[in-house]
Design a protein around this ligand. Sequence first.
Ligand code: ATP
Length: 363
Amino acid sequence: MAEVRMRNLAKTYPGGSTPATDDVSLDVEDGEFMVLLGPSGCGKTTLLRMVAGLELPDEGQVVIGSRDVTYLPPRDRNLSMVFQSYAVFPHKKVRANIAFGLRMRGVDKAQVARKVDWAAELLQLAPFLDRFPSQLSGGQRQRVAVARAIVMDADVLLMDEPLSNLDALLRLSFRAELKRLVGEIGTTTLYVTHDQVEALSLGDRVAVMRDGRIMQCDNPISVYDVPTSEFVGGFLGSPPMNFLSGTLAGTNGVTQVELGSDQSLPAPQRLAEFRGRPVRIGVRAEAIGVSREPGDGAARCVVEVFEPLGASVLITATLAGQLIKVQAPASFRAEPGDELWLDLKQDSLRWYDPDSGVALIAA
Ligand code: ATP
């Protein structure tokens, strides 16, 4: 096992007008599960491929353990890879598929058999070892690809959207299996996905990327709860974080934010220095309290859309002329036109600069 250090990695493809990755530095610790998350085209795969040795950076360095591997071919990096397409050999049985890399390496037969049995056990493939891939489901085939990768005892496991060819239900169960598996084998893992739920579920840390750069890298709870930019808050979550526009105001010891239509909310005193300036307030739909009665400091809103979602209900409402989504308990009922009162709790509000989209204060 080993840590992976990416240093100032820059890459622009021939003919590309903007960099695919732009001065990216990221450390993945020994045994850590790091997820690269971001919208299509943000540079996740390019970064992974530079670690794999499948792309060369224009600038920067990749260090695995104590070795600078930037210009080493993939086979000399001691990595295992799993890709979106199952990439199993159709004419080989499951056992031979899993054993393939070890055989190529000249590992002796008894040890190959031991490792194959170990991986098959971990991935619940034991009953299928003598089948051909065509006799397996998509999920089982992808498990074969994962088994083939983990038997190699690589320093680092690289996975690029390994679950995206699976249907929704299978994805859910395989996600949990993968988490258990990687936890058990403890290999340093770099995992690419554009699925935020997958990223939050699997990662020890999640690096959220945009336009070839890392916007935020932190544990899943923090990137979700304390996004350092509007982009991250808006990318994570379903529904995404709400953003309301307002103006910071106040006198003496009281700071507040005016939302228009005579509505205002208390704001933290730490924002006093920004009084007179516009601000964007971020708040998660499930962090908002909702009531039919006006409570102390509650903000009035009018329901636009009511959506029962099974485990909860989603209310889209207008607050001071701005749309806001509120997640309420499944038993809550409302109809378009109803007046409701929202409790926007201070400690769940995040404050952003409207121009840069960056947090004004640390939460
Ligand atoms: P996705 O989730 O869609 O796979 P990604 O975040 O993995 O996207 P990359 O595949 O790394 O993004 O692509 C980053 C940028 O580099 C994109 O603008 C893409 O069009 C460009 N790009 C990727 N591969 C090549 C290539 N072989 N030649 C030219 N441009 C490329």
